[in-house]
Every structure is written in structure tokens, then in C-alpha cells.
Design a protein around this ligand. Structure first.
Ligand code: PEP
Ligand code: MG
Length: 586
């Protein structure tokens, strides 16, 4: 590696998948194809329509062949991204709109498809929710494949990349990630991509270190350059100097040592020194993440976000399709339980109808349980699918964004109807536990009333902090005000646990706070029964838990509640951590 060079450069992107990789750059050309829109004479239009239809069929064949090829090395659940892309190739909006452009504007098929893509992208880009916004990337990937087919442009298959390299690309599709052989590609960095794009989710599932969203990294590096990537912080160093190289080599060894040590905790119980058990589970959006929960010793899924199934399509997935998806996850996670959250998105954000409701304040709009209750038939289809999946393993169900009792009663009434509709036709768990997310301050204030109606609470701290402090969780300018240790948040957490336990039900947390090891003493001391988090955090949280006593945790929780500001609470917590657990936070 050319370490004598002094042209070291640093770039910051989005830390997509944790891990440090140091290696040589291998650029793979994934640039967008250059499309020129050309006017065509009227008699050419049928030819353009045929070219378009043929390209769609060829793209489908390619994807089907790829799925076939990958089915030898990947479990079927890992290939559902390819199914999602195949479905997009049948999307009536995508096909219809492109056909219309060819016919009405008398333009070539490539130009027409590019126009459709721009329209789709503008729809997705305008969506508030980061996760939904990134679904626009799936449409782009599929359209690119069709465009390349029409223009006869070939891409280098990732499976043929040799050597031990860090892959650099404008963007990588989920199909590219599925082809990565980890003994050859030790990490990747891309211009595009976000924290929740499909490719990123797969990289995390397969534990491939990655930094995405670097914007122009493909034009900043050349084949053979040495690159350090830190997939946790999002830092990329190109042609590092000796000092940085040595430093990161050490960090990499340290990281791998810590990972190995943490993996030893996998099968040890999540229990404090004085014998108090706490359930540690994983959050998933995608069946591919289940393997990672198992590898990290999770005791089930505490939050399955079902949104994924509803995206990038023009019709809702029906009961059968949902059932298949839920049952697959339940079987994969068995014998551990799966807690399925009903749909948590707004209005037609989930559909390709492109008539996104124009709400002034989408975060306060028709979303989550409010949306489900407005579409009782679709909601019942989801409830029936979840019930049917419960025949294959332990399932729990919960409703997002509950603000009051009436919503819970209405949702439960529909749940009872769904059960009646299934009885005699399908097996399901009659005792299936029903819970709610606590993420709106009104739900905290009436936690005692809500506790009487449900089997468990799960606190969504991401939204609870957003709504309690009136801080938009996606607004980077407000991130310093997003304070988990704000006394209002801590008092809310205490009210929720106390109300749950007074009613004899469990209190869980499935927001990001649950996965921060330094908050563990507080959450344990407050009395939470279960924490659900991203898979890699499970052993880190377990490590602190196993070095904690319930007595000490109660002291920390009681004390932290006495501070008037988040800054004071934070200073106290840091002091406690270095005094009590310093050697555990490495
Ligand atoms: C939360 O709000 O904390 C939560 C877990 O739900 P989501 O992040 O999906 O809104
Ligand atoms: Mg939420």
C-alpha cells in the first residue's frame, strides 16, 4: 500500500454498516446511463412501445436468472428484494405512465422512461419520512436496469470481482450486495445511499462494513488507492498517512477483538449480578435482519416494522401476501417471539398513487393507527394476516402512535372482528398479546387508563422525544436539542413503567434509546422489562446489564430523575459510568 504518499484526504458520509475496513480501491462502474430524449415520428411509436415492452421482459428475465443463481448461496428470505424489484417491473403506474409519454409526446422509450422516473423520484423525494424517501432508490435501480437493457449497456457482475478490495461505486443495488463475496470485497463506499436504503439494510444484515452517501467519492479515488472506511462513524480516509494507517489498523484490531469478546456473550443470559432478568430483543424491518439478531444473541423481535411490505406499489399487499411475509419471519425467529407493529405510515405515502396527502404537518397528520382506523378493511386484512402467522410461533401485536383510549378500543374491536372472521377457517393464537406504542405525551399522561386495556406497552422513544420536546427528529439543525435525558422524557418513562406495573403488564422500549448501553442503568433501574434495539447493540447492552446490579441501577435511575436539565443529568450519568462501569464501555 502506497503509504509514503502524503495526499491523504478525509470524507464524511453516512455510516451504513459498522466495522472498519482497510484495503485497496476497486471502482466498479455503476454510473447512471446517459439518456437522450429524442422525438420520434408517429409511425415509429409502435416500435418504441415494443422496445420498451421487450426491455421490461428482458430485465425481468435477468432478475429471475439472478435470483436463480443466488438461490444456491442465499436463503429464500434474502432474495425478497429481488422479488420487490420484479414486482416494480409489473407496476401499472410505471408501465402506464411511460407508455403514455411515448404515445402523447412522440418520444423514444428511453426518454419516456426517464420522465417517469423523474416523476416518481419527485414524489418520493417530497416524502417526509427518511425510510419512505429512500424507497425512491428502488425505483431508480429498477429503471436503470431497464434503461441499460434498452441501450445495450452491460455492467460488471460483482460476483466476478477478485482480490481483497474495497468496492467504490456511484451506487450499489441490493442485487449487487447479494453477489458480494466477503472474502473478496471487504467493504464498500458509494456516492448515493442512505441509512435505510435496501442495500444498506442488506450490508448490515451480512455485516459488510460500508459508508454511503459520500456524494462524489467515485471522482475522488482511483483504482489501487488505499482507503480506510469506518462504517460506524461514516469516515473515509483516502491514501492515509502512516499515522492514520497505524491508528486505524489498531482500531480495526480493537474492534474485531471487542466483537469477538461480545460474541462470547451471545448465549449467556441477560441477567444482572443480583439475578434480575431483562429481555433483550432486536428491531427489524426486513427478514434478512433475523440472522443478525440470532448471531447477536437476541431473544426475539421486539419491533417488526411492517412498513417495508407496503412500499413502492400501487395496491396494498393483500392478506395472503402479508401472511406469507409475517409467517416467514415468525418461523425464522422461532422459538423466540415476534412483536409485529401494525402499519406506521401516513395516508397514501405507502402507495404509488402519487397523490400524497398535502398535510401541513405530516408528523401530526393522518398516520399510523389513525390511518389504519380510517381504512378498517385494509386494517383487518393486516390483523388477520398477523393472527394467521401466530399459528407458526409466538406472535405479539402492537399499535403505533396511540394518542387516546378511543383509538385502542376501536383497534381492539376490529381485532376481535378479525378473529371472528378467521375462526373455523384458520388456526391462530386466541391469546395473542395486544400492546400499544407509547410515543405521544397524551398516552404518557393517561398511561394508567391505557394499561387497563392492553397486554403490554412499548415506548417509542424516537417519537416520544420528538413529540415531548417538539423537536423534529429528522431536522439536523435541532439535533442538539433532541435530549433523551431531558427531565420531561425521564419523568415520562417513569410514569409509563409505573402505570404498566401497577396494572400488572410489561413495559418495553423499542426506540433508539434502548440500544444505547450508557442508558441501560437508567432503563433497568426504572424497571423496564424488555429492550428492543438494532442487533449489533444487543451484546453491548447485555455486557453492561451483566455487570450491573438492580440495586445500583435503581440508585442511578432515582438520582438521574432529580436533575433539572439534560446537561446535568448527562454529567451525572457520565460520572457514574466511569466510576461503576468504566471497563465495560470499551
Ligand atoms: C419510535 O418512535 O421510537 C419507534 C420505535 O418507532 P419509529 O422509529 O418506527 O417511529
Ligand atoms: Mg415511532
Amino acid at each position: 500500500m502506497a503509504l509514503e504518499r502524503s495526499d491523504s484526504q478525509e470524507f464524511r458520509g453516512i455510516g451504513a454498516s459498522a466495522g472498519i475496513a482497510i484495503g485497496q480501491v476497486r471502482i466498479t462502474d455503476r454510473r447512471r446511463v446517459a439518456v437522450t430524449e429524442i422525438a420520434v415520428p408517429a409511425d415509429q411509436i409502435p416500435t418504441e412501445l415494443r422496445r420498451f415492452a421487450k426491455a421490461i421482459e428482458r430485465a425481468k428475465d435477468e432478475l429471475a436468472a439472478l435470483k436463480d443463481q443466488l438461490s444456491e448461496s442465499h436463503r429464500p428470505e434474502h432474495l425478497c428484494v429481488i422479488d420487490a424489484h420484479l414486482m416494480l417491473l409489473d407496476d401499472t403506474m410505471l408501465l402506464g405512465e411511460t407508455t403514455q409519454h411515448i404515445e402523447r409526446l412522440s418520444i423514444n422509450a428511453e426518454g419516456a422512461l426517464r420522465r417517469t422516473l423523474i416523476h416518481f423520484k419527485s414524489f418520493f423525494d417530497a416524502v417526509d419520512d427518511e425510510y419512505l424517501r429512500e424507497r425512491g432508490g428502488d425505483v431508480e435501480t429498477v429503471v436503470e436496469r431497464v434503461l441499460r437493457t434498452m441501450m445495450g449497456e452491460k455492467q460488471e457482475p460483482i460476483s466476478q470481482i477478485d482480490g481483497k478490495v474495497i468496492l467504490v461505486a456511484h451506487d450499489l443495488s441490493p442485487a449487487d450486495i447479494l453477489q458480494i463475496d466477503k472474502s473478496k470485497v471487504i467493504g464498500f463506499i458509494t456516492d448515493l445511499g442512505g441509512k435505510t436504503s435496501h442495500s444498506t439494510i442488506l450490508a448490515r444484515a451480512f455485516e459488510i462494513p460500508a459508508v454511503v452517501g459520500l456524494e462524489r467519492i467515485t471522482s475522488e479515488v482511483s483504482d489501487g488507492d488505499t482507503v480506510i472506511l469506518d462504517g460506524a462513524s461514516g469516515l473515509v480516509i483516502v491514501n492515509p498517512d502512516q499515522q492514520a494507517f497505524r491508528d486505524y489498523l489498531q482500531r480495526k484490531q480493537r474492534y474485531e477483538y471487542v466483537e469477538r469478546e461480545l460474541s462470547k456473550l451471545k448465549d449467556l443470559p441477560a441477567v444482572t449480578l443480583d439475578g434480575h432478568r431483562m429481555r433483550l430483543k432486536g428491531n427489524v424491518e426486513f427478514i434478512d435482519e433475523v440472522g443478525s439478531i440470532n448471531r447477536h444473541g437476541g431473544e426475539g423481535i421486539g419491533l417488526y416494522r411492517t412498513e417495508m411490505l407496503f412500499l413502492g406499489r400501487d395496491t396494498l399487499p393483500d392478506e395472503e401476501e402479508q401472511f406469507q411475509a409475517y409467517a416467514a419471519i415468525v418461523k425464522e425467529m422461532a422459538p423466540h417471539p415476534v412483536t409485529i407493529r401494525t402499519l406506521d405510515i401516513g395516508g397514501d405515502k405507502c402507495l404509488n398513487e402519487l397523490n400524497l396527502a398535502d398535510e401541513m404537518n405530516p408528523a401530526l397528520g393522518v398516520r399510523a393507527i389513525r390511518l389504519s382506523l380510517r381504512q378498517p378493511e385494509a386494517f383487518k386484512a393486516q390483523l388477520r394476516a398477523i393472527l394467521r402467522a401466530s399459528a407458526f410461533g409466538e406472535v405479539r401485536l402492537f399499535f403505533p402512535m396511540v394518542s387516546g383510549l378511543a383509538e385502542v378500543r376501536s383497534a381492539k374491536a376490529l381485532f376481535e372482528q378479525a378473529k371472528r372472521e378467521l375462526r373455523g377457517f384458520f388456526a391462530f393464537d386466541e391469546q395473542l398479546a395486544v400492546g400499544i406504542m407509547i410515543e405521544i405525551p397524551s398516552a404518557v399522561m393517561i398511561a394508567d387508563l391505557l394499561a387497563a386495556e392492553v397486554d403490554f406497552f412499548s415506548v417509542g422513544t424516537n417519537d416520544l422525544i420528538q413529540y415531548s420536546l417538539a423537536i423534529d427528529r429528522t431536522n439536523e439543525h435541532l439535533s442538539s436539542l433532541y435530549e433523551p435525558l431531558h427531565p420531561a422524557v425521564l419523568r415520562s418513562l417513569k410514569m409509563v413503567v409505573d402505570a404498566a406495573h401497577a396494572a400488572g403488564i410489561d413495559a418495553c422500549i423499542c426506540g433508539e434509546m434502548a440500544g444505547e448501553p450508557e442508558y441501560l442503568p437508567i432503563l433497568l433501574g426504572l424497571g423496564f422489562d424488555e429492550l428492543s434495539m438494532n442487533a449489533v447493540s444487543i451484546p453491548r447492552v447485555k455486557k453492561i446489564l451483566r455487570r450491573c446490579t438492580m440495586v445500583a441501577a435503581r440508585e442511578v435511575a432515582a438520582r438521574v430523575l432529580t436533575y433539572a436539565t439534560a446537561a446535568e443529568a448527562d454529567a451525572y450519568l457520565r460520572g457514574e459510568i466511569s466510576a461503576r462501569f468504566s471497563e465495560s464501555f470499551d
